[in-house]
Design a protein around this ligand. Structure first.
Ligand code: PBG
Length: 338
């Protein structure tokens, strides 16, 4: 008589991985990574005016908000326990120019929002991106001269913009432009202006990616962008180059590192965490968000489970947290489960 159990035992010996998976209680006991509200940074979009909440077509469930509405959103986020916001302005097209001069206006939309949020909700962290793309008429992150994004002149401008952002109350500056030498220059600039305690979260490894599409609709740079960003963002084919780039940012004084986009670059998250041990964050970018939302809206995947699974994958890959448009939704869900 053939005993099937013995057949399997001959192969597995005493080892059966499924013992630990057999019940909810064992699964909870052996779970290695957990997602909590403390892992979330919420990126929000700002528009001029008052009282407006304007849906972004390519990002279902995400809105552009005037400063007063952003303050309400910040209160809600703080109540949910979300530690920090990342702010992105969608300014008037007439105010955008070749060099992104609005970045140097002390009370520009971005800085107005920081002031208002920090005054109303002092306990939520405000992280400001210091790239020039929301302010340039060509949609590039730097100053465009004779068809080239000029590095050092851009860095000079970014340092000035970062100081103004810190003056407005930004807790952390996040440069996403990928210019060489910007981290060290921003650090020196901040320190020289009494902002020693303002941190730098470097978009250390920012890849030239197709997944930024919906963001460019959100801040209206998509139609403006001439050419591509391949001369400053990293080639998606390159992992070792990304680690070298991050090493420079660490040397120059970055407090935290970011990998962007997230899901296609989990290997980079792992490599940076292993190499430097700095607090490391993934940016689950607009296209990643939209993929999940669009498929869920069509009934093709379970959106809630896909959201949680992707966020958890960042933790497994060594990240300390995630910038995600899902932040309020997932915070609410986690609160319900506790
Ligand atoms: C550019 C910038 C980008 C994003 C934030 N700042 C990329 C780009 O437009 O090239 C993308 C964010 C997202 O897709 O969610 N400095």
């Amino acid at each position: 008589m053939q005993d099937k159990t013995h057949l399997v035992d001959e192969i597995t010996g005493h080892r059966r991985m499924r013992r630990n998976r057999k019940a909810d209680w064992t699964r909870r006991m052996v779970q290695e990574n957990r997602l909590t509200v403390d892992d979330l940074i919420w990126p929000i979009f700002l528009i001029p005016g008052t009282g407006i909440v304007d849906p972004i077509t390519a990002m279902p469930g995400v809105n552009r908000m005037t400063v007063d509405k952003a303050v309400e959103a910040a209160k809600m986020a703080a109540d949910l326990g979300i530690p920090a916001l990342a702010t992105f302005p969608d300014i008037e097209i007439e105010l955008r120019d070749q060099t992104g001069s609005q970045a140097l206006v002390a009370n520009n939309l971005l800085n107005q929002a920081t002031r208002a949020i920090k005054q109303a909700v002092p306990n939520i962290g405000v992280i400001t991106d210091v790239a020039l793309d929301p302010f340039t008429s060509h949609g590039h992150d730097g100053i465009l001269r004779d068809g080239e994004i000029v590095n050092d002149e851009t860095v000079e401008q970014i340092v000035k913009a970062a100081i103004l952002q810190a003056d407005a109350g930004a807790d952390m500056i996040a440069p996403s432009d990928m210019m060489d030498g910007r981290i060290g220059a921003i650090r020196r600039g901040l320190d020289a202006h009494g902002h020693q305690m303002v941190g730098i979260m470097s978009y250390a490894t920012k890849f030239s990616s197709a997944f930024y599409g919906p963001y460019r609709e959100a801040i209206n740079t998509g139609g403006l962008l001439k050419g591509d960003k391949k001369s400053y963002y990293i080639d998606p084919a390159n992992g070792t180059e990304a680690v070298r780039d991050a090493a420079l940012d660490v040397e120059e004084g970055a407090d935290m590192l970011m990998v962007k986009p997230g899901l296609p670059y989990l290997d980079i998250c792992w490599r940076l965490k292993e190499a430097f041990g700095l607090p490391t964050f993934a940016y689950q970018v607009s296209g990643e968000y939209t993929q999940i939302k669009a498929a869920a809206m069509n009934g093709w995947i379970d959106g809630e489970r896909a959201m949680l699974e992707t966020l958890l994958s960042f933790k497994r890959a060594g990240c300390d947290g995630v910038l995600t448009y899902f932040a309020p939704e997932v915070a609410r869900l986690l609160a319900k489960r506790d």
